[in-house]
Design a protein around this ligand. Structure first.
Ligand code: HEC
Length: 244
């Protein structure tokens, strides 16, 4: 058989490249209202529960299942009951059973923001956003009673809830302690005086106070600044005419 001329191979190659190119890029971005071709339809349609959705399968009608009572995260030590209960012997223990460092407090701030802020507010003063929707029995966590409360009791409140407050058992025990450490920071910060600041930091604060931050001004608000209350402005006596 005579060998095919080179040109035929070239044309065949060009045609194949064209078909492959069209197959890959040709229909990109094309819209269709027809259902897609499902080669393995079981991956698209599967019986499953989506989070926060109702389910007729369970007696309580919720798809989300709470952990079985007594469940312990697999990597939480079970031999330190204080870490997982807040109880020491026969009373609430005090103290954070983890190393309290910047990392723990940052973690606590993050977890507080996610779990507690909607109700207790960023300052933990009980003025979270839900208050505006009528939930106004939220505890102000700066009350002396809570400042003095044992850490273990607060741990228990987060784990099991208290009164009108629901339980947060899905938070990891270490995170509950991190939240408490951060809450202590908020409480301390609110009642702190300059005497609580370490000497080195104090100098920095004093310097910052002497020199106002860029953009900040001590000038009284100008006449064009919006009123801070909705009350009508108090009547201002008209200036007396200049004396002749
Ligand atoms: C859905 C709103 C809500 C969220 C979220 C919430 N709380 Fe509360 N919390 C409350 C209410 C309401 C009370 C007052 C409970 C009562 O006295 O009935 C309260 C009370 C408390 C108390 C005082 C309990 C006592 O002994 O009087 C502490 C401490 C507390 N919360 C901490 C937390 C922490 C920490 C978080 C985040 C993990 C949190 N709360 C999340 C609503 C909430």
């Amino acid at each position: 058989m005579r060998a095919l001329p080179v040109i035929k191979w070239f044309l065949a190659g060009l045609a194949i490249t064209g078909i492959v190119g069209l197959a890959i890029f040709g229909f990109r971005g094309t819209r269709s209202s027809a259902p897609p071709i499902e080669i393995f339809p079981d991956m698209d349609r599967q019986p499953k529960f989506k989070s926060q959705q109702p389910s007729p399968f369970f007696a309580d009608g919720r798809a989300d299942r709470p952990p079985v009572p007594g469940t312990v995260p697999f990597d939480v030590p079970v031999d330190n009951p204080y870490l997982t209960t807040g109880i020491m012997g026969d009373r609430w223990g005090d103290g954070i059973p983890l190393t309290v460092d910047r990392a723990l407090i940052d973690r606590g701030q993050q977890r507080f923001t996610i779990n507690c802020l909607p109700c207790h507010g960023a300052l933990a003063n009980g003025k979270g956003i839900v208050q505006q929707y009528g939930f106004n029995v939220i505890a102000n966590l700066h009350q002396p009673r809570i400042i003095e409360m044992a850490d273990g009791e607060i741990f228990n409140t987060i784990t099991h809830g208290k009164g009108q407050m629901g339980a947060y058992p899905h938070t990891r025990p270490e995170d509950r302690w991190a939240i408490i450490a951060y809450l202590r920071v908020l409480q301390k910060a609110r009642n702190a005086t300059i005497a609580d600041v370490p000497a080195a930091e104090r100098a920095k604060l004093e310097a910052a106070k002497a020199e106002p931050a860029p953009g900040a001004t001590n000038a009284p608000p100008s006449a064009t600044s919006p009123p801070t209350s909705n009350a009508p402005p108090a009547a201002v006596p008209a200036p007396s005419p200049p004396k002749p």
